[in-house]
Design a protein around this ligand. Structure first.
Ligand code: PMT
Length: 405
């Protein structure tokens, strides 16, 4: 999959630099041409010679060291790359990139390249959670950069938590998947509608009924659809997430608004993915003014919202209809029931009490159930990676039928 792909690995200074040497080895074994650029801090951890030996290429670190007088090194490397990977990425390089600072070989290349750039952070758990780092990462997401989330575990600084550089084998596998799918663009020309986030059902001007959905799973599905070539339309409840680049977004608040928006986009859609956690009930009465508290208890009368997915199932034509099921017990049994009763093609079931997934988490653990009775389980993985794997599996299972949709 990586045969003759040009991967430019930017190595910045943290203890995880030693893992970057293994990453070069894995990428080279997979057939990629790898060139390495290092910051001065990275060189404090591992000598450039290690990378030179593993990549069989010169290692670059000095913007003013022009090894070949016919070209300008940082521009030449930026143009050479099919993919740029920053691993490990420190808080420092993330901050510089988010703010357009280019003061060394790595950062000048990052601004000069037109290739996709993937960032694999590695740092102390508290640094990763620092508001400035969180803000910079959000900015880079918005600018279209893709992140390989750090994993959780024992960190070199002695803390246990999120901040470990993802394993070289996993990064290599993700890069391989990227080239296989983005090159094929199997959803090119297909309109894919994805819903995400919670709905809010108003009680009065200051209160509402809702749930814990963050929108992360649905936004990841939208980003994955777009990466696979689709015209992705994201219908989003109220969440606090950047819109994936290239994705069209329609914001809604209530289940009724989501129903209208989805129906509006339905007729010419090839695939619909309902990741949203739609409220099943809404207050029967919406008060125009803030409800005054009374002495003693009160009762809020609720009525059912329309089941959007069931309505889509009832009027299904060419659309491939994919639902999610959020369950807390007997997930497969309940998932199968929803698959049938809503006339779906696939349902993705998750146990929302699982510590590796569910509401708000960056990862999820799911099983994909098909109408034909196939069950495909997926281990805990980052929601953006999972979204790609889910689409890939569905595309594979649909294979020759997809072009008729
Ligand atoms: O957003 P995150 O924090 O990342 O969390 C992800 C998630 C847990 C919300 C997601 O993985 C998930 O499970 N989404 C579906 C949540 C849900 O509403 O499940 P359900 O089992 O109640 O509904 C089944 C299906 O019917 C869903 O596709 C839902 O969108 C749809 N539905 C439900 C009720 C309704 N009135 N209309 C609907 O369309």
């Amino acid at each position: 999959m990586l045969n003759n792909k040009n991967i430019l690995l930017c190595v910045t200074g943290g203890i995880a630099v030693y893992k970057a040497v293994a990453l070069v080895s894995k990428l080279s074994q997979a057939g990629a041409n790898v060139k390495v650029v290092m910051t001065d801090s990275a060189k404090e951890f591992v000598q450039p010679l290690s990378f030179q030996v593993m990549s069989r290429n010169d290692v670059y670190f000095d913007t003013f060291d022009e090894k070949d007088s016919r070209v300008i090194a940082h521009i030449d490397l930026a143009d050479w790359a099919d993919l740029v990977v920053v691993a490990p990425a420190t808080a420092n390089v993330i901050g510089k990139l988010a703010n357009g600072i280019a003061d060394d070989m790595v950062t000048t290349i990052l601004l000069a390249t037109e290739a996709d750039v993937w960032i694999a952070p590695a740092m102390n758990v508290h640094m990763y959670a620092h508001p400035a780092v969180v803000r910079n990462i959000a900015q880079l997401h918005e600018d279209g950069y893709r992140f390989i989330e750090p994993s959780e575990g024992f960190l070199a600084c002695g803390y246990v938590g999120k901040g470990r550089l993802e394993e070289p084998e996993r990064i290599t596998a993700l890069i391989g998947q990227h080239f296989s799918k983005t090159a094929e663009q199997p959803l090119k020309g297909k309109k894919v509608v994805i819903t995400a986030g919670p709905t809010r059902e108003r009680i009065d001007p200051v209160r509402y009924v809702s749930n814990f959905s963050s929108g992360k799973m649905g936004y990841a599905m939208a980003a994955a659809a777009q990466q696979l070539g689709a015209d992705a339309v994201l219908i989003s409840g109220p969440v606090d997430l950047p819109v994936p680049s290239g994705v069209q977004v329609i914001y809604v608040e209530s289940a009724a608004q989501m129903y209208d928006a989805v129906l509006n986009e339905y007729d010419d859609a090839s695939i619909v993915v309902k990741s949203a956690a739609v409220a099943d009930y809404r207050p029967k009465l919406i008060y125009d003014q803030k409800m005054k508290k009374k002495a003693g208890d009160d009762v809020l009368e609720l009525e059912r919202t329309t089941d959007i997915l069931k309505s889509l199932g009832d009027r299904k034509q060419q659309q491939l209809l994919i639902g999610f099921a959020a369950e807390t017990t007997d997930v497969i049994t309940y998932g199968k029931k929803k698959l049938e009763s809503k006339n779906l093609d696939y349902i993705i079931v998750n146990d929302v009490t699982d510590p590796g997934g569910g509401f708000g988490s960056d990862t999820n653990v799911v099983t994909l159930l098909s109408r034909e009775g196939e069950a495909t389980p997926f281990n805990a993985m980052a929601k953006d990676q999972l979204a790609i794997c889910l689409f890939e599996t569905i595309i594979q299972q649909e294979s020759d039928k997809l072009h008729d949709r």
